[in-house]
Design a protein around this ligand. Sequence first.
Ligand code: ATP
Length: 215
Amino acid sequence: MTARYGHSSVALQARQLRCERDDRVLFDGLDVQVHNGDLLQLAGPNGAGKTTLLRLLAGLNRDYSGDLLWHGQDLYADFPAYAAQRLYQGHLAAIKKALTPLENLRWLVSSWSVPDDALWTALDEVELGGYEETPCQQLSAGQQRRVALARLCIAPAPLWILDEPFTALDKAGVQWLEGKLQQQVEAGGAVVITSHHALENIGNLQRLELGSHKV
Ligand SMILES: Nc1ncnc2c1ncn2[C@@H]1O[C@H](COP(=O)(O)OP(=O)(O)OP(=O)(O)O)[C@@H](O)[C@H]1O
């Protein structure tokens, strides 16, 4: 199929990355390469540094040494341009509970020009048809997660950085999300993900095990 996001070059790269937390070295000398069309799963025990690494890669934390590059350029050389290319979903759904799914989604995709009818279609795709204008505090945990994930349907970001996105999803939701990940890599997009969910069925899977560094 034609790759929406271009040929298979190195998209995101970490070189000799080091990060410490409270005098504990989480990783040191870490080299990571994510190509267009790759799905990189970060693995490792609780506290190994998976979320920390995702936040570094997303540009949400600058407490590191080493290099972080997006298509060969430092992440911070033109950070707004990088931020518009990557979609970050933290381990919490991180939606505003007083707002409706429609209002949340409008805010979540505000970096991109997404017409309102696409928001309705996305909410329908995540089985929230009929709940579009219900305050999110009245939705279940899985439905709230679906609100956050609905942006995967519409945000034209070539890089997805996802922290435990399967949390709270039911079987149908898990299948839907697996399908979205597959579509993203087939379209030449890249995904970096932490998940305890098996992702072996998705193409171009790579795994990076964290947690080998001691104090
Ligand atoms: N803001 C912070 N300040 C100090 N220490 C932190 C901070 N954030 C994380 N840590 C520490 O860094 C280590 C790595 O945390 P992190 O959340 O990256 O691990 P993780 O691999 O994602 O774990 P889990 O599987 O439990 O989600 C932990 O020991 C944690 O206590």
